[in-house]
Design a protein around this ligand. Sequence first.
Ligand code: DGY
Length: 422
Amino acid sequence: MPDDIDNKAKEILRSNDKGGFTVPTGGLYPYQWNWDSMFVALGFATFDRSRACQEIETLFEAQWSDGFVPHIVFRREDPDYFPGPSVWQAGETLPTSGITQPPVAASVVYKLWSEADDDSIRGRLAALFPKVLAWHRWFHSCRIPQGIDAIVITHPWESGRDNSPEWDSPASAIDVSEVEPYTRRDLQHADPHMRPTKLDYDRYIALVEYGRGTGWDQKKIATEGPFRVADVGMTMILLRATRDLLALAKALARNDDRPQIEGYLRQLETGVDYLWDDKHQTFCSRDTVNGQHSGMVTSASFLYAYADAGNEEQRKQMLSHWERISANAEYMLPSHDPDNVHFDHMRYWKGPVWMVVNYMLAQGFAEQGMPEAADRIKADSRRLIEGFGFNEAFSPKTGAGTGGSDFSWTAAMWLAWCGQDT
Ligand code: DGY
C-alpha cells in the first residue's frame, strides 16, 4: 500500500512538472509558486536530485537585481488564473508577481546540500548560496524595519496563509471602492465554500493595484502601504532559514558572509518578542500600523519550535495551547484555533490542515525534545493522505480534502517525510 502511494506521489510531481518547474496543481494554480517549489524540491530529491536542484534554479531565474524573489513566476499568460502577468506588470528577467512568499529556500538548499553525495549536485547547490543570501538581504532592507525586527507583509498572499483570520482586522482599512472590475478564475476550479470570500478578493486586488501604482517600489509599499502586518509565520520561517544559511556559509567556508548573517540572526531573535502577545499568551501576528496583536493561536504560532525561538515561559504557554487543541482535534494541526469564533474547518487558512506546515512543525517539535507532538503530527498527516488523497489541505475534523487535488507539495511531503518510516 505505501508503495502504491509512493508511486502516485511521484506521478503527481511528474505530471505537474511543466519543464523544469512544477505547478502546485493543474487549473487552480498554473504557474510556478515560490514556497511550493521549495517543498516540491524536497519531494523530487527522494528520487531525482538533479531535478530537485532545477526546481530551485528555475525559481531563482526570476530573482530581481535587488535580491527580491517573487511569489509567482509567470512564464506565459494562462486564462485559467487571475490575477495574471498583465495585472501585476512586474518582473525584470521574467514576468512575475510583485510580492514575495515565505523564505524556505535556505533551509531546503542546506538540507539538500547536506544529503548530497555527488560533487556536481553540491556545486549546483553552492552556486545558489549567493542568490539566497541576496534574498535575505532584501528582506532586511525592504521588509524588516528597525525596532520591529520582524517581517512585515504587505499583502496577505505574501504570508502564504492567504485568508488567515489574522489579516481580517488590519485588512479592514483597505479601500476597495476603486477596484477595477474583475472575474475570479479560482471558483471555476474549487468550491466557493473552501476559497477566500469576495471581500477578501477585493482587498487582494486593491493591494495589487496599489503596488502596481507605485511601480513596485518595495520600500514605499512596506512603509506607506495600506496593509503592513508583522507576520509570525514568515518571521519564524526566516529565523530558521537564517540559522540554516549560516550553517551553509560555514560548510562552504564563506567566512566573509558570516558576520552579516549573524547580524540578521540577532535582529530576528529580537523580533520574535515583538510578536509575543502577553494578553493571550501566544506568538501571533501584529499590525504595525496600530501595534495591535491579532491575539490568535494559529498553526504559524507553533513555528516558534521550528525557529528555536521563545523563552521557557513562552514555550510553556505554547505547550498548553498545543494540549488544549490536540485534546479535541481529530487531525493535527488545524491552521486556526478551533476554539476561536473565526474557525472554519473547510476554508483554507481558517482551519484546514496543511502538510507543509505540519512538516516544519514536526521537525521543530522533534528538535525541541517533544517527540510525542512530532509523532502525532506525522501519524495524523499520514492518515490524512492515506485516507483522503493528495489534497491541497484537509479538514481537521473529518479529514475531507479542501481546495485543489493532486497537489504537488502534498505529494512531496509524503515522499520526503510523512509517508516514510524514517
Ligand atoms: C491564490 O491565487 O489563491 C494564491 O494563493 C495566491 O498566491
